[in-house]
Design a protein around this ligand. Structure first.
Ligand SMILES: [Zn+2]
Length: 356
């Protein structure tokens, strides 16, 4: 055996025993943290599912809240957005699949994946997820919305590893702002943000819910069915005797449509306020505390107070901040600083579900 290897082993052994006591406390701390997160997760999930049954909620579960490097038990960016009919994945940093396992997200439910930009901390987990879905014999179509180059990258990875996917993978290139997904109840729009490379934010919106007609009441008032469409829209009915039947006499109010804006990686960029005006929930990156505004600007990132200012100027109801720099071990100051500008601010915590 070479002496060098012996020395290395000895060093490892010594350091192991020296650190054993510290490690014990570290492990204990991790278990406590995991239990706490798990409890929170279960509680939040129940809330989500109950609310979703009523079709009233957009639920955002944070899988990764860190920037470029995984550090301090935090992971690169990834989020799950759930509605009563969809499970969307937004960004897919390294470790996303593992986080899905931890927080009981079923990857087979995901049919649409949105990738904001091609910095690795936002998509290095994607090829793993795509091939795992193949190994699980997925057959349903999968849609990926991303900058154009991603298709070439994924194809190269699949070709080089001789991987054949059993399902159809559709790429939708992000080129213009506007609607990129729409069905009978839901719309997703993309909008440009200000980052070092092409980068996109996403706005998730329920379609406006119509007023609900009380059929018995409408029949009693002799309102013809041909007018029901207008009743849904809130119009009063005027009968042949010229009497006004007030809309709220025969309908009940609609549930306000919910909306969520994911603002991706961006420098402070006021232009987006108009595009995300009045959303219920906004996620905005806050890579740095506010004393590092210059550094944030030079790297096309934002600070706590800048994120909070965007929430305030866009009229959002609630803000979550994330994408924390690995230089920060703890995050208490992030919340404090954001709240100074926008009171309803929270830290994006991994495993926690935020409701719009
Ligand atoms: Zn980036």
């Amino acid at each position: 055996m070479k002496p060098g290897i012996l020395c290395k082993w000895k060093r490892l052994k010594e350091s192991y025993f020296e650190k054993a006591a510290d490690q014990f406390f570290f492990i204990e701390k991790c278990i406590v943290n995991c239990c706490w997160l798990y409890d929170l997760q279960v509680r939040n999930k129940k809330e989500t599912l109950n609310e979703n049954k009523k079709g009233k909620v957009i639920a955002v579960t944070i899988l990764g809240n860190n920037s470029a490097l995984p550090a301090h038990n935090r992971h690169p960016t990834s989020q799950i957005i759930q509605t009563d009919e969809h499970t969307f994945l937004v960004d897919c940093g390294e470790g996303t699949q593992m986080q899905m396992n931890v927080y009981k997200i079923r990857r087979s439910k995901i049919n649409h994946i949105f990738i904001s930009h091609l910095h690795g901390d936002h998509y290095f987990g994607l090829i793993g997820l795509l091939t795992s879905l193949g190994l699980n014999n997925r057959l349903n179509d999968l849609h990926v919305y991303a900058p154009a180059e991603l298709e070439t990258i994924i194809q190269l990875q699949l070709d080089a590893s001789g991987s054949l996917l059993p399902y159809s993978l559709y790429f939708h290139v992000l080129e213009n702002e506007g609607i990129i997904f729409e069905d009978h109840k839901f719309v997703v729009e993309c909008f440009q943000v200000n980052h070092r490379i092409s980068c996109w934010g996403f706005k998730f919106m329920e379609k406006k819910n119509l007023r609900k007609i009380n059929i018995n009441q409408a029949q009693k008032c002799n309102i013809p069915t041909s007018f029901y469409e207008k009743l849904h829209g809130g119009y009063d009915y005027i009968n042949p005797q010229n009497e006004v039947i007030k809309n709220d006499l025969v309908t009940t109010p609609h549930v306000p449509a919910k909306s969520y804006a994911y603002c991706a990686d961006t420098a402070y960029f006021e232009i987006i306020c108009e595009k995300i005006k009045g959303v219920d929930l906004i996620y905005h990156e806050a890579t740095y505390l506010d004393d590092l505004q210059k550094k944030a600007m030079s790297r096309f990132h934002s600070t706590t107070k800048q994120a909070a200012l965007i929430a305030q100027k866009s009229g959002a109801k609630r803000l979550i901040i994330g994408h924390f720099s690995s230089m920060y071990n703890t995050l208490e100051n992030f919340k404090e600083e954001a709240c100074e500008v926008f009171e309803n601010s929270e830290i994006a915590e991994e495993g926690v579900c935020y409701l719009a």
